[in-house]
Design a protein around this ligand. Structure first.
Ligand code: HEC
Ligand code: HEC
Ligand code: HEC
Length: 112
């Protein structure tokens, strides 16, 4: 009986770890649509590692490719809202706190 329980438990652990490994983390790097100012290269996985919590960003838009653009089209997200309320807000706060921070100048994010 003990052996069976141990076996079941091991199986459960294997199932659990593979479920975690299977979490869709999306693209490692991506290019966001920065409109007339030029596209914005974004190191996605670097942010995941640094920030830990997916919801630091994904409360604003879902974990689906193109969700920012779709929400803008549907009028659910204002232009530049992600940029100022998410990217810039955090980078500026980290800079102020004296920690490693991301770009805060237009041309450091937008490339043509
Ligand atoms: C610093 C912000 C940020 C964090 C933190 C973040 N993401 Fe994302 N994620 C984005 C952006 C930006 C997109 C692109 C959305 C779009 O295409 O409109 C995205 C898209 C995605 C997609 C869609 C597929 C793709 O490659 O476009 C998945 C899946 C995803 N993220 C998973 C995650 C998971 C899982 C975590 C946490 C481990 C996470 N993200 C953390 C910003 C972030
Ligand atoms: C930290 C990176 C970052 C910096 C710095 C930055 N941007 Fe952006 N910008 C983005 C991202 C990401 C988007 C797309 C998401 C959005 O619209 O919120 C964007 C979108 C835009 C758009 C297009 C909005 C639309 O929907 O048509 C314009 C225009 C723009 N930025 C201008 C600027 C200007 C001007 C500056 C400097 C004062 C600047 N950006 C600095 C990341 C940045
Ligand atoms: C909650 C905080 C937070 C948010 C939100 C965030 N960033 Fe960052 N970002 C950081 C930190 C911290 C660093 C410095 C990371 C490091 O040194 O590893 C960084 C670094 C970067 C870098 C430089 C990467 C490099 O190679 O050094 C870019 C580009 C960048 N961020 C773009 C963006 C864009 C675009 C968005 C919005 C879609 C965004 N970030 C949202 C915290 C954030």
């Amino acid at each position: 009986m003990k052996k069976i329980i141990a076996l079941l438990f091991t199986g459960f652990l294997i199932f659990l770890s593979s479920a975690i490994a299977d979490q869709n983390k999306g693209a490692e790097k991506m290019e966001l649509n920065g409109g007339t100012k030029g596209k914005v290269p974004f190191p996605h996985h670097q942010h995941q590692k640094r920030l830990g919590d997916c919801n630091k960003c994904h409360v604003m838009f879902s974990q689906v490719s193109g969700s920012i653009e779709n929400m803008k089209t549907e009028g659910k997200l204002k232009k530049k809202a992600v940029m100022s309320k998410l990217c810039l807000k955090c980078h500026r706060a980290e800079k102020k706190a004296g920690r490693p921070f991301g770009p805060v100048k237009c041309s450091e994010c937008h490339v043509k």
